[in-house]
Design a protein around this ligand. Structure first.
Ligand SMILES: Cc1cc2nc3c(=O)[nH]c(=O)nc-3n(C[C@H](O)[C@H](O)[C@H](O)COP(=O)(O)OP(=O)(O)OC[C@H]3O[C@@H](n4cnc5c(N)ncnc54)[C@H](O)[C@@H]3O)c2cc1C
Length: 324
């Protein structure tokens, strides 16, 4: 049962920031995650501020430097189907296509996908866990088969977004508007690891709104997003990999590799990138790179299966990338 709240539909970004800046306000974009959180009592709400009327936050536009700007209210379907994204930022289109179901992709927005709350069943359940201000992470000694193997502690969630790893692979930046004005943050720094603060997911301050996502030019980058999940219909990732690679002849001259469902934030694997840079992708290099990506993994009691799963997926993806 939801508690009563007021519902506000500001007409301008300025009005939205103002409405969000007072206590108890939550931002509503597509609502596909937010409404579940309210029903699960993950968040309380006194005032819901819908930004869906803000036209300036919608759409996909090429920028003068050859990059792209994607408004935060652009739907996941629009991202998946955009010709410019499919051709130049393939991993992002593939990641968007992997999100949830067609209905959720039609309603859910890119901004909401980056800001959604984690899916841990303790956090979403009736447990006063660390992330909700309690004293312990119940996953440590509980059911932890879907939790993280990298970057965990003191909380062991995995970051739920499919699009965030792809955007980090392209070095996307998030543009934010808030009570103190506009600012831009690299997406790689947008998510907050639990070791820094286990009670927040992003660097957003009260009243701040993600307005758009800026992508630099993707010249010559080959990219892909691979997601492994338990069910072929909609499901969150058990393991995922966003790759953005540039070759100089056959040698890897640029590599960004970001793992999903591995860590509490989209996990840039510098070990994997380092194992690829300056190399020709033969079977030996590919196997070593997959090992390197999992070198620092620290599984919990029930999620050790993720290590061979990631290794196999990384090997397959690199073998495909080499031929593309
Ligand atoms: C059944 C189901 C399956 C799903 N499967 C997947 C999946 O496979 N992969 C995946 O990545 N996601 C999945 N999702 C998660 C999510 O619903 C979608 O990813 C969607 O994109 C969220 O967007 P939204 O606009 O509906 O966000 P909302 O629900 O409106 O918002 C989500 C959160 O982000 C905040 N927020 C939204 N927009 C902004 C903004 N512009 N600035 C600041 N804060 C903002 C809201 O306040 C809220 O806290 C799934 C959800 C459901 C219910």
């Amino acid at each position: 049962m939801l508690t009563n709240f007021s519902y506000i539909r500001p007409k301008t970004l300025k009005e939205a920031v103002k409405a969000l800046s007072s206590g108890g306000a939550v931002l509503h974009a597509g609502g596909t995650d937010l409404l579940g959180c309210l029903r699960d009592h993950v968040s309380d709400v006194k005032k819901m501020v819908s930004i869906s009327g803000l036209k300036e936050l919608k759409g996909i536009m090429s920028t003068s430097d050859g990059g792209l700007r994607i408004g935060a209210l652009t739907t996941i379907t629009e991202v998946a189907e955009s010709r410019v994204i499919r051709e130049n930022y393939t991993a992002l289109a593939q990641a968007a296509q992997e999100v949830a179901s067609p209905q959720l992709r039609n309603q859910g927005t890119l901004g909401g996908n980056l800001c959604q709350k984690p899916r841990c069943w303790y956090y979403r359940g009736e447990f006063h866990c660390l992330r909700k201000g309690g004293e312990k992470c119940f996953a440590v000694s509980g059911e932890n088969q879907y939790h993280c193997i990298l970057g965990g502690g003191p909380c062991f969630i995995v970051h739920p977004s499919d699009t965030a790893p792809a955007l980090v692979a392209f070095d996307a930046h998030v543009r934010i508007m808030g009570p103190k004005g506009a600012r831009t943050v690299a997406l790689e720094k947008f998510c907050v690891p639990p070791g820094v603060d286990a009670r927040r997911e992003t660097v957003l301050e009260p009243g701040e709104i993600v307005t758009d996502i800026a992508l630099p030019p993707a010249q010559g980058v080959r990219s892909s997003y691979r997601k492994v999940r338990a069910r072929a219909s909609w499901d969150f990732a058990l393991a995922g990999l966003a790759l953005a690679i540039r070759f100089d002849r056959e040698v890897v001259s640029h590599a960004r590799a970001v793992l999903s469902a591995a860590a509490p934030i989209p996990w840039r694997s510098k070990e994997l990138e380092g194992a690829l840079l300056g190399k020709k992708l033969d079977a030996d290099i590919i196997a070593k790179a997959a090992d390197a990506a999992m070198k620092n993994a620290q599984p919990l009691e029930q999620n050790g299966y993720k290590i061979p799963l990631f290794k196999g997926m990384i090997e397959e993806e690199l073998a495909i990338g080499k031929k593309a």
